[in-house]
Structures are given as C-alpha cells and as structure tokens.
Design a protein around this ligand. Sequence first.
Ligand SMILES: [Zn+2]
Length: 77
Amino acid sequence: MALYGSLEWRGLRDRLLRERGRKCEDRGRTGTRIYCDHVVEICDGGAGLDVTNIKLRCGSCHTRKTADARAKRHGLR
Ligand SMILES: [Zn+2]
C-alpha cells in the first residue's frame, strides 16, 4: 500500500502517537510497539488519512484485528 510510505501517513501517525500517547486503545497496553491501525481497512473502502478511522493498537491487537478483517472479507464469519 503506497499510503504507508507517504509523508502524509507518517505525519499523521506521529501526530496521533503524540496526541493519544503510545498506548493500545483496545487493551491499554503501553511499553510496546504501537501501530496505527485502520478501523475499516483501506482495501475495504476505509479512509486512509481520516483520524476517526485510525486506532492505535499494540502488536497482538493489530494482528488479531487484521485476521478478523480478513476472515470477514472472505465471508468466513
Ligand atoms: Zn492491544
């Protein structure tokens, strides 16, 4: 996805981490790597640079959510 290498995305990510703190918004984990995750993924039509479509998540929540979205997309649940 070209978005992830773009200056706009990096700027937005830095801003969100600063504003919301380096904390998982699902489980409140801190002290771990935090990812900016799209609530509605871009390939599902979500807005890439809309802050309301972005949640900060730790690695395990990010992985779980990505697997969930993939399963839904393929009609597995
Ligand atoms: Zn988490």
